[in-house]
Design a protein around this ligand. Sequence first.
Ligand code: MN3
Length: 198
Amino acid sequence: MPHVLPPLPYPMDALEPSISASTLSFHHGKHHQTYVTNLNNLIKDTDLESLSLEEIIKKTAKNPDQVGIFNNAAQVWNHTFFWNCMQAEGGGKPTGRLLDMITESFNSYEEFYNAFKQAALTQFGSGWAWLVLDQGKLKITKTGNADLPMAHGMTALLTCDVWEHAYYLDYQNRRADFVDAFLTKLVNWSFVEKNLSA
Ligand code: MN3
């Protein structure tokens, strides 16, 4: 099988109590795994089989006939990226160059916080909130379902999964509380910095 489920970068209970081991276990072991399995089945014996995940995403993004492949490939990428956006005892204000860039782009960390949260809360239905680099500038954006910045020529720096499966076991309908926990306790700013330098 060309694509495999990457292991989580931390133990299953590392993000408790913000994200329970139970949520993480279903989210990684069932949801993420299903996207990997579906992708492998959909590209089997096609010319996409030999391509990297990124190549498959870019190649299928604008093709309505390949929306099923795009959705699964993008969700494989989104989830691997999302796991890395978090760490135990993360969150809060970044430091250094990243904080300077955030202050420059959003006036203050607090305004960044509110804008990111607003994007996460106003994504109607399933999707993702993002901090991206767009033509050298930091921006906040949101995407529906599996869609992602890569399909729009932007570089993803940080994301929060706002599909209900990401938070329903722990927060039920309280998406705002989940996003607050993500921003105040989970964000891995070192990973964001790494994406900025890449
Ligand atoms: Mn998810």
